[in-house]
Design a binder for this molecule. Structure first.
Ligand code: NAP
Length: 255
């Protein structure tokens, strides 16, 4: 069973990007975790959020969050603030690599589309930053807390040997920088908060589905395994992890 006991007991949590994939699985596992109180599940269509029948949903609070709309993020923070004055764990999960409207990761320079570059930046990089801007007031002043954002190894500048995927790589690199900035600023007011970027590995979700062909079966994680691994990392964090970019196996990824 997953524990988050290093963060306290009955902790309240926000998962942003909860409708599908990893975010949906975070919500499911957090609702089963005995250390967790309320779980706010941010997604664009909270009315349609559905969890498996055996999920204890009594502490679930679906919340409308579209990270491309700052007013929506601010309204969501105000709604959470009416229900609690403290969030001990904020996990930013929403991300975009391709869309039904034709956005695809670029194989070459000629495929770069300004609108796709901007959408990728808006969701992958600016999204977690707006969540930080509007939800930071709910982080505890002194107690331990975690602000985590799902990044991706392809956002590592130092690790980039293949090229391509301009929009996603650049937006995730920007997200990493913004996470690092937050790791400097947030602890000034919230002494116990750790800000980290997480790489989940390649996980079987809609996002990775078109690109799973060359992934060995042992390296394609189920959502259940990927989220379990990331929650174990979150529960094991210490002061030395402040501002780190951490892979699913605990390794540090170069910026
Ligand atoms: N899967 C992998 O192999 C992998 C690898 C490395 C990193 N990651 C990262 O892990 C995170 C989760 O990925 P995933 O695989 O779970 O992706 P996914 O299954 O495609 O889910 C993406 C999520 O992002 C949400 N989203 C997109 N645009 C949004 C917006 N404007 N406002 C709010 N939510 C929005 C989607 O909501 P809707 O349902 O409303 O569209 C959905 O919940 C992403 O940040 C991704 O970059 C994934």
């Amino acid at each position: 069973m997953i524990r988050l006991d290093t963060l306290g007991s009955e902790i309240h949590v926000l998962v942003q990007g909860a409708s599908r994939g990893l975010g949906h699985e975070f919500v499911r596992q957090l609702l089963h975790c005995p250390d967790v109180g309320r779980v706010w599940a941010g997604c664009r269509q909270p009315d349609t959020l559905a969890l498996p029948a055996d999920t204890p949903t009594g502490r679930l609070h679906p919340l409308r969050v579209d990270v491309t709309d700052e007013d929506c993020v601010a309204a969501a923070a105000a709604e959470v603030a009416r229900g609690t004055d403290t969030l001990s764990l904020i996990i930013n999960v929403a991300g975009v690599l391709h869309t039904a409207e034709g956005m695809q990761p670029e194989r070459r320079l000629a495929e770069v589309e300004p609108a796709h570059m901007l959408l990728s930046y808006q969701v992958n990089a600016l999204g977690p930053l707006l969540v930080a801007k509007h939800f930071a007031a709910l982080l505890p002043r002194r107690e331990r807390a975690v602000f985590a954002s799902l990044s991706a190894r392809v956002g590592s500048i130092g690790d980039n040997r293949l090229g391509g995927w301009y929009a996603y790589r650049a937006a995730k690199a920007a997200q990493n920088m913004l996470t690092r900035n937050l790791s400097v600023e947030l602890p000034r007011k919230h002494r116990g908060v750790l800000c980290i970027a997480l790489h989940p590995g390649t996980v079987d979700t809609d996002l990775s589905a078109p690109f799973q062909g060359n992934v060995p079966a042992a390296r394609l994680f189920s959502r259940e395994r990927a989220v379990r691994q990331l929650l174990e990392i979150i529960n094991g964090l210490g002061p030395d992890d402040q501002g780190r970019f951490i892979a699913w196996d605990g390794q540090t990824i170069p910026w």
